[in-house]
Write a protein that binds this ligand. Structure first.
Ligand code: CTP
Length: 400
């Protein structure tokens, strides 16, 4: 994975995350890329062009006339020069410009005048990100082949907490590396991924579930999309957003997840079971809220279908890749699951470590297959997902 000698045009728009873009320029250059920067006028009110000039080693392209500038390239030449255009941060306003093809400033003009891939890292208030207009623009950009990275969730500069933060500079560097590396290896393939938790009702207000966030499944979906696959996600309830270019089927219970998977599986080439499926459901769901009348209360639980095992046992089965969440004897238990469930590959993670796994944006996985294994280091889930795809494509002959 490398961006060595790549020509990256960084577009900075007027979001508070623009201060992080200064660090992004440093990181891109440290990784060997050549960087030029274009800024919208709003961005220049947050960070001075001089900062980007100093960090990139080149004059920054701005909206207004630069008569004294030694700028060797006009905007068309700059648009042709770029191997990729990265907009980070991308405000809601700029994304609307992009979605509608405006050429009202130098940066949006550059985006129209290029044939290079366009990568957009949205950054805005969480309420704005959720707005249907922003979502519609995002979907339109995705449909046009624009690569969307993030936003991630967490504390926001405005005091809100939620989805809308620009992804971290090092994650953008990783994304660009994988973009240059990925070569549509899954073009023509359909990948079905289960993600998130399932919920099994106890009564009208309570349910059995687990801590799965869906993030690992969604990252795998993005990585498969980046490799050119058609991706279907069957997901349990999750606060995170699945990648916009995937087809998404929302379910709640394990049985619904099973039914949705079986409804799609006939045309699937690769099945990835990343969901944390409830192994049991209540034998009977109480129709009224259960009252606390006694000191103990017993639930009778009934086994749910094992979706992964069912797919692996199909006569015309796709490539089957499962996950194992373990707290002890990690590798032994995973190898047993690989064998017992007749899987092609399994990824195991240690869910006893709170710094990684379920609710975290980072994870550590070991991949096992019949006659081998590979340990992947702790990294952001999107990077890990690309590493998983690499292992899968290196070990098995499933390229498109
Ligand atoms: N899985 C599934 N359907 C189920 C249970 C699990 O498809 N009803 C899949 C998960 O998506 C995962 C794999 O099986 O890919 C292993 O899940 P895990 O919870 O680690 O193991 P279990 O098979 O449930 O075994 P146990 O809970 O006994 O460890």
């Amino acid at each position: 994975m490398t961006i060595l000698n790549k020509k990256i045009l960084l577009g900075v728009t007027g979001g508070i995350a623009a201060y992080k873009s200064a660090d992004l320029v440093r990181k891109l250059r440290q990784a060997g890329a050549e960087v030029r920067v274009a800024m919208t006028e709003a961005a220049t009110r947050l960070v001075t062009p001089l900062t980007f000039q100093a960090l990139s080693g080149h004059q920054v392209m701005l909206d207004w006339e630069q008569p004294e500038s030694d700028f060797a390239m006009d905007h068309i030449a700059l648009a042709r020069w770029a191997d990729v255009i990265l907009i980070a941060p991308a405000t809601a306003d700029f994304m609307a410009h992009l979605a509608h093809g405006f050429a009202s400033d130098v940066l949006s003009t550059l985006c129209l005048a290029t044939t290079a891939p366009l990568v957009v890292a949205p950054a805005m208030n969480q309420q704005m990100w959720q707005h249907p207009a922003v979502q519609a623009n995002t979907a339109q950009l995705a449909a046009r082949g624009v690569h969307l990275v993030g936003p991630s969730s967490g504390d926001q500069a405005c005091g809100d907490v939620g989805e809308g933060r620009m992804v971290e500079p090092h994650e953008l560097v990783v994304f660009l590396s994988t973009l240059f590396q990925s070569s549509n290896r899954l073009k023509g393939k359909t990948v079905l991924i289960t993600a998130g938790p399932t919920q099994e009702s106890i009564d009208p207000v309570r349910y059995l579930s687990n801590h799965s966030s869906g993030k690992m499944g969604y990252a795998l979906a993005q990585a498969a999309l980046d490799e050119g696959a058609e991706v279907i996600i069957v997901t349990g309830p999750s606060a995170s957003r699945p990648p916009v270019s995937a087809s998404v089927i929302h379910v709640t219970t394990a049985q619904q997840m099973y039914d949705a998977v079986m409804g799609e599986i006939a045309t699937v080439d690769i099945f990835i079971a990343a969901a944390a499926v409830s192994d049991y459901r209540c034998e009977q769901v109480a129709t009224q809220k259960i009252k606390k009348n006694s000191d103990q209360y017993h639930l009778i639980l009934q086994r749910n279908p094992d979706i992964l095992a069912a797919v692996a046992n199909l006569e015309n089965r796709p490539f089957v890749f499962g996950f194992a969440a373990e707290t002890e004897n990690i590798l032994e238990n995973a190898r047993a699951k690989l064998r017992q469930k007749k899987l092609d590959m399994i990824a195991v993670n240690d869910v006893s470590n709170p710094k990684i796994g379920f609710l975290s944006d980072r994870n550590k996985l070991t991949i096992l297959w019949k006659d081998g294994e590979k340990e992947l280091q702790v990294s952001p889930k999107i990077m890990l997902a690309h590493d998983v795809m690499d292992v899968m494509l290196e070990q098995f002959n499933i390229e498109g």
